[in-house]
Design a protein around this ligand. Sequence first.
Ligand code: ZN
Length: 485
Amino acid sequence: MSTNDPVQRQMIREAMQAVAQRKPGRSKLVYDKTKRTIVAVTEGAQTPQALNITADDADMFGVITVSSEWLREKWPELNRAGILPVAFSSWDDGDALTQSELCVQASPITVLGTFLLDQYQAESSQGLAILLERTEASSSKPDVFVSPEGTRYRGQIVQPAQPSCQPSDIVFADVEPQLALRRSGILETTILQDKTVLCIGLGTGGAHVVVELAKCGVGRFLLVDRDRLSVGNVVRHPGGISQVGRLKVNVVRDLILEKNPNAKIEAHALEVGFGNKDLISELVRASDIVICGTDNRQSKLLINELCITANVTAIYGGAFRRAYGGQILRVRPKHSPCHQCFVAAMPEEASDVEVSSEVDANEIAYSDQPVAVEPGLSLDVLPIANMLAKLALLELLADKSSTLNTLRRDFDAPWYLWLNRPEPGTPYADWPPLSESSDEMTIKRWYGIYFDRDEACPVCGHFVASLAASYGLDPSLLPALPAEE
Ligand SMILES: [Zn+2]
């Protein structure tokens, strides 16, 4: 319906307004079958060769989305000058214009425009011009903006971005209240806004966990990973092909912001090791919970030590090789076995890790035996990531009231086991088929498993006293250990 005819353009604007308000106006839009285009005609005109376009057809028009929060913030400026510049990301050949402030990933094409409070200023504005007009319509409608004084406005395009630009619906998005509304009933609005999650290791599992927690409304994230996203990661990782080469901490930061635009995020592109123990220790102390998704035993044991010292709960998740299954260990300092106790109690389980990258393969292959990179399917990693996110959520809700707290009695074991398939060569190869068993262990079920703390654990137990006792010594007579190595 591109046209340069000013009369036709004015009629299209009036007709669009009538369509948006779902009531008859002075002109209406019709599809002219002979001209094969949409034209505006006077309301009541007989148009036998044309099809009426009604409000139900309005979805065919593009949408301009504006941030209400941004417009309220800028309202004094608009009130003073009568005009306010605005920028949009243009998607799908201009079919959707999304205000740049709402875009974590911007479109390569930007459309500049202005908001106006008086029509006459349209002459002085360049590009897209949107006039804000007072309305009595309900403030709950998506096309109604409520100013800080409580006055309601609707937007009307008085000058399109290009002469051929299609008319569009203008929608005002109140991001935070709309996101919170979808969670209410399960998780009350801002309940997790003040919680901080430290995630170390942002592979497929870790990245999924933090994105899920962002959707739940967690407000602050500290992200640690040394790696960059590679092409091979894309089939599993939530980051996509256009993110390849970027640091995973930055890819995941943007994924979180896409889901929770108000989240506060710190990205640390570093490897966990004794060299940066002080920084990691600082991050642990600043967190309400630590999610550990690294495959490397040394880093897990270091994180374990720092979390026990700082009295912060940590959850370790990992897939077994080629993701035939996976496990989760939750360590509540003073209340459950720690990761060091786990390694002592179940050395085989603790060492059965998925080899999903060259770096992991090289770390595991110390000897002449090379280790192949054998990553599993994303589908097999996600059940483990989902469970880990749920356990993390329960920990974060411990001091809050939530319907999810009824799950607490179900999830009180320290260790959780999940099998995707009865992998040959493992202790689970002979598990009965899922369809035949109701009381034996099978695949595709979670098992919460208890084991005891190691009283002689050097991290969470009484190592010196146990050692002394085994030699028949009085521990109070032993010299104190040095504080650090
Ligand atoms: Zn321990």
